[in-house]
Design a protein around this ligand. Structure first.
Ligand code: HSE
Length: 394
């Protein structure tokens, strides 16, 4: 029997218990007859109706001091006390599996080092892309490549909201309420709609891809709160959908990392990624583009990724992931990167100032897509006209 403890019995933690129970036979087959046993659940709440209700405790010390526990599943969310519990668990020689992108993005370097020193695993497949396998494929299956770029729709809640706005003309707040009721949104959904959740996830992928710590506090981050139905319909007229993207592109000297809404051409398969689905395109110098697609949030998809990590550890797969702190900050100033902007304006001067662009007429004036230039040069040029909105183009 393999004894585990689950820290946090919310949407994901209870999903982990459910998958372990529902798939017990096939999991046991994969573990040569051994069974996974949830010995403890750490939560401030009680769950008297749940069949594992008698395993619930508020005593972390009891869990971390129990020699029977070989693995701790951290599904608490938030940085604290999740970070402190993770650290203590690793120092006590326990393997840790997490879905907590906030902890991985902010403390991943330290915790991965600590896990290596203590000869245990710290695995976080569920921290990015919900049920989509992305961490292990990038670390193992794409190991032959130098990664050139990673581009992802990484937040189910905002993709769900944008899809409802685009397809059903639904109001932003109504769509958010549905996403919350389906268990997609963060406890504080500001982290979803203001882009921070996507930012944490692209930082995890960029650190993995390029081998250096990329911290969310170094990355420019915009959410979807400013996107209007007028943007959506003008983008559509030009042949684009609007998606919140995390992007990381390796440059000669440093790395361009950004979280922001982007126009995505209908010819790009990312434009067809809707609802709670996430997609990540990884470009490797040998393989070219590889795209990963699946449910990016929700109870059972996320639990699927957590339980896969549990199985990996139970099979004693030790393939420690690592990245290191670079001597110089690897992230470039996003304003110096070359981009194109989709622009909506009601200013007639736009035609003269951007003579090479194709304009379309909208309810409020015009929309066009700029030629490629540095973001700072484009913003300077755009400061001469009245801009109703501007969104980067993929
Ligand atoms: N709030 C997150 C999302 C949950 O909507 O994608 C999964 O990380």
């Amino acid at each position: 029997m393999i004894n585990i403890a689950i820290l946090g019995f919310g949407v994901v933690g209870s999903g982990v218990a459910e998958v372990i129970k529902e798939n017990s036979k096939s999991l046991s087959d994969k573990l040569q007859g051994q069974e996974l046993n949830v010995k403890y659940i750490l939560d401030k709440r009680t769950f008297p109706e749940h069949e594992l209700g008698d395993r619930v405790t508020t005593d972390f010390d009891m869990i971390v001091n129990d020699p029977d526990i070989v693995m701790i599943v951290e599904t608490m969310g938030g940085s604290h006390p999740a970070y402190e519990f993770t650290k203590r668990a690793i120092e006590a020689g326990k393997n840790v599996v997490t879905s907590n992108k906030e902890v991985v993005a902010n403390f991943g370097t330290e915790l991965l080092d600590l896990a290596r020193e203590n000869n245990v695993n710290y695995l976080f497949e569920a921290s990015v892309g919900g049920g989509i396998p992305i961490i292990r494929p990038m670390w193992q299956c794409l190991a032959a490549n130098e990664i050139e770029s990673v581009t992802g729709i990484l937040n189910g809640t905002t993709n769900f909201i944008l899809t409802k706005m685009i397809d059903e003309n639904m109001d932003f707040s109504e769509a958010l309420k549905i996403a919350q009721s389906l268990g997609y949104a963060e406890a504080n959904p500001a982290a979803d709609v203001e882009g921070l959740d996507t930012c944490r996830k692209i930082c995890i992928l960029a650190s993995l891809a390029f081998g250096n710590t990329i911290s969310p506090d170094k990355v420019h981050c915009e959410g979807i709160t400013e996107i209007t139905l007028s943007d959506v319909s003008a983008a559509d007229m030009l042949g684009y959908s609007i998606k919140l993207l995390g992007r990381a592109v390796k440059g000669d000297k440093n790395t361009y990392v950004i979280t922001a809404p982007h126009l995505v051409s209908y010819e790009n398969p990312m434009a067809g990624v809707n609802d709670v689905y996430n997609a990540i395109t990884v470009c490797g110098n040998a393989v070219g583009d590889v795209m990963f697609y699946g449910r990016g949030a929700g109870k059972l998809p996320t639990a699927s990724a957590v339980v896969a990590d549990i199985v990996d550890i139970a099979r004693e797969c030790k393939k420690a992931i690592t990245w290191t702190v670079a001597e110089k900050d690897p992230v470039c100033d996003y304003k110096e990167a070359k981009v194109r902007f989709f622009v909506r304006t009601d200013d007639k001067k736009a035609n003269d100032l951007f003579p090479n662009c194709v304009f379309c007429t909208t309810d409020e004036g015009y929309a066009f897509i700029t030629e490629e230039n540095t973001e700072s040069a484009l913003c300077e040029a755009l400061s001469k006209i009245n801009v109703l909105s501007k969104i980067r183009v993929l």
